[in-house]
Design a protein around this ligand. Structure first.
Ligand code: EPZ
Length: 430
């Protein structure tokens, strides 16, 4: 088991290259199951969630070949449908996309319920509502989601989502791409990765209109062929490094981004006294003065992303004055607060609201990364803190951040990976 050891208090200077978007990749790679032919996908992030999905595709008989570090060729022409292995699927949230993709291609799917970060209840009733609207029967039995449609092909259907759901929007798009007739998703999510999945499927021959708005229409086609595609840059990875500069100070050019996707994050950082200059495919982030307090409420895109909530909380701990943070998406995304308190933060949580009294300076401590974004927030807090911070549970961070230690070291952070021999025993015992 590894931990990160950070000696804080060093401003960051230089440039960081952003990788492909995790939450786009984890839907686009399963989408390859719908394609009869070889697709070449570029800008694939090297993270453990991607490794797991590729492993599942191989289990299903896909021919998966790494062309280089960030490009993969996948040929699902000769896959055989079978129950997805529990040991692989339970580790990631995105395994639910296998239901939409396999149901769309074969008319049936057997997939274990998804794992991923513990953010409170994470139901998938809206995904199921979509599949049912397309004629499928869905039930959970013997630890598997069983989805099946009579006759082997879904029919277009009308789905109004009860709440804006990224996963349900993408899963219904996957299932509908090869269905007979038109599917309409209303109250759809609008995140950049929704548009990316639609663009990927369309470039392989699908007919999807309206992605990026709250009504998406999918006219099912007979088959999808192979092709080339490049995944968009990761909005949240970019936002995380922007927050790191805000917290630690300095000046960093964050490259390979779509600045428009970052507007919701940039606006808050500017309110907090951070300079952000937008360039064509980069943002220059600089913080020299003190961080100012502000209020933040997370919302579906184009609102402030919930996946940036812990990272912005780290910055607000360092601000002058009291900030109010409201979580508008997940039931329980404040499990990290106790870890921040060990570093001297003053935070009170009441339900979905956290009141953060800025303390100006945090102090290094031994802390735990309780999920992916909370782990990223611990790194940010450690970079800004006085003294040493040791973070365990870093496998959560590596699920979603490619080479985080290397990228931060390259801009002057004192961060390194340490191996603690007793850790495996401790984790197994826990
Ligand atoms: C995706 O999760 C992301 N995960 C999450 O990122 C992200 O936080 C979330 O979207 C919101 O942006 C992946 O893409 C793999 P939702 P998802 O369906 O699709 C409720 C990260 O850190 N809901 O948009 O599972 C749900 O409980 C991760 O990268 C239902 O009630 O999220 C939540 O309150 C963490 N029923 C809200 O909707 C459903 O059927 C939004 O969830 C589906 C969702």
């Amino acid at each position: 088991m590894t931990r990160y050891l950070i000696h804080g208090g060093r401003p960051l200077h230089g440039s960081i290259e952003i990788s492909g978007a995790k939450n786009a990749a984890v839907a686009i790679l399963p989408a390859a199951l719908l394609i009869n032919g070889k697709c070449r996908i570029e800008n694939v992030p090297q993270i453990s969630d991607v490794t797991l999905i590729l492993q599942i595709l191989r289990e299903l008989g896909a021919d998966v070949r790494a062309v280089n570090k960030t490009t993969v060729e996948i040929d699902c022409s000769h896959i055989h449908n079978k129950p997805v292995p529990y040991e692989l699927a339970r580790k990631i949230r995105a395994s639910y996309y296998l239901v939409g993709a396999l149901l769309g291609r074969f008319g049936w799917a057997q997939v274990p319920p998804p794992g991923g970060c513990n953010l409170g209840g994470r139901p998938i009733d809206q995904h199921i509502k979509g599949f049912v609207a397309m004629g499928a029967d869905v039930e959970v039995r013997n630890g598997l989601i069983h989805a099946r449609v009579e006759g082997g092909r879904l029919r277009g259907g009308q789905v109004y989502l009860d709440m804006v759901s990224v996963g349900a929007t993408m899963n219904i798009m996957l299932a509908a791409a090869l269905a007979k007739g038109m599917t309409v998703i209303e109250n759809a999510a609008k995140e950049p990765h929704i548009v990316d999945l639609a663009n990927f499927l369309n470039s392989m021959g699908a007919n999807i209109m309206g992605a990026g708005t709250d009504v998406i229409k999918i006219r099912g086609v007979e088959s999808l062929q192979g092709g080339f595609y490049s995944i968009i840059p990761d909005q949240i990875e970019a936002g995380t490094y922007m927050a790191a500069v805000a917290a630690a100070g300095g000046e960093v050019l964050i490259k390979n981004v779509i600045p428009k996707h970052l507007d919701c994050i940039t606006a808050k950082l500017v309110e907090m006294g951070v300079d952000v200059e937008e360039l064509d495919d980069a943002v220059l982030v600089r913080r020299t003065g003190p961080i100012r307090r502000t209020n933040v409420k997370t919302m579906p895109y184009p609102g402030f992303p919930t996946d940036m909530q812990p990272q912005i909380a780290a910055c607000l701990c360092l601000a002058k004055g009291t900030s109010v943070l409201t979580e508008g998406v997940w039931e329980n995304r404040y499990r990290y607060v106790d870890e921040f308190r060990r570093m001297g933060a003053r935070i009170q949580v009441d339900g979905k609201v956290a009141v953060i009294e800025g303390v100006g300076m945090l102090t290094g401590a031994q802390v735990h990364a309780c999920d992916l974004r909370a782990g990223a927030a611990m790194v940010i807090a450690g970079l800004a803190a006085q003294g040493d911070t040791e973070i365990d549970g870093v496998y959560h961070i590596e699920r979603g951040y490619e080479s985080i230690v290397e990228k931060l070291s390259n801009v002057g952070a004192d961060i390194r990976i340490v191996y603690i021999p007793g850790d495996e025993a401790r984790i197994q015992a826990g």
